[in-house]
Design a protein around this ligand. Structure first.
Ligand code: FAD
Length: 169
């Protein structure tokens, strides 16, 4: 191993950060609001697009979180809700990423054991089974203990902007 690699550099040092950001933004995703309970039992929400399905059996997902309030609460509680937003919920994405929308009144409901948004494309209740630290983010790998879906079209994120899905024929 070279000194550069031993210092944690290696291949990543050769990639221009702007080029990486732009290239990875070409991967279209949906938007998820994670839900967790704070110290007073109040629901806290956080917008992510790193939500990924890992395996079907057992049903397993992951999210990649940087340090912050949701990270702290999920680390402590060991569980989280995940709510896939529909195309009419762009304001939810902004709100739960730290840009408060004054008129927004998010409504949460406990379907099985954890609070999730009452209106969304699909919801998941998740129990963390493994935490993996990768640089400044933590992967929260979780088993899905309950889930359900409702009709509608997704809110999409692509090229650092929101989009509505065009369904291919
Ligand atoms: C499209 C997109 C994708 C993103 N993906 C990721 C990702 O994959 N990983 C990652 O680490 N970061 C991601 N972020 C950034 C992340 O959403 C923000 O950094 C977020 O603010 C971090 O939340 P927090 O829990 O640390 O704390 P905060 O920023 O304190 O909380 C989030 C915001 O939600 C509000 N809020 C929370 N609960 C409620 C409630 N019950 N009622 C009313 N308001 C409430 C808070 O007031 C605050 O404004 C993404 C952002 C966007 C826009």
């Amino acid at each position: 191993m070279s000194n550069r690699e031993a210092e944690g550099g290696g291949a990543t040092r050769r990639v221009d950060p702007d080029a990486f950001r732009k290239s990875v933004s070409m991967f279209a995703t949906g938007i998820v609001v994670l839900t967790c309970e704070d110290d007073d039992g109040k629901v806290h929400g956080m917008t992510v697009n790193s939500f990924t399905s890992v395996s079907l059996d057992p049903p397993t997902v992951l999210v990649s979180l940087k340090p912050g309030k949701a990270h702290r609460l999920i680390s402590r509680n060991g569980r989280y809700g995940a709510c896939i937003l529909n195309e009419g919920q762009q304001s939810f994405s902004a709100h739960f990423s730290g840009r408060p929308q004054e008129a927004l009144r998010p409504d949460f409901v406990v379907r099985e054991q954890l609070p999730t948004l009452s209106n969304c494309l699909a919801w998941f209740e998740c129990e963390t089974v493994e935490k993996v630290q990768i640089h400044d983010h933590t992967l929260f790998v979780a088993q899905v203990t309950a889930c359900g879906s409702e009709g509608g079209a997704p809110l999409m994120f692509y090229g650092s902007r929101y989009h509505r899905a065009a369904i291919a024929a």
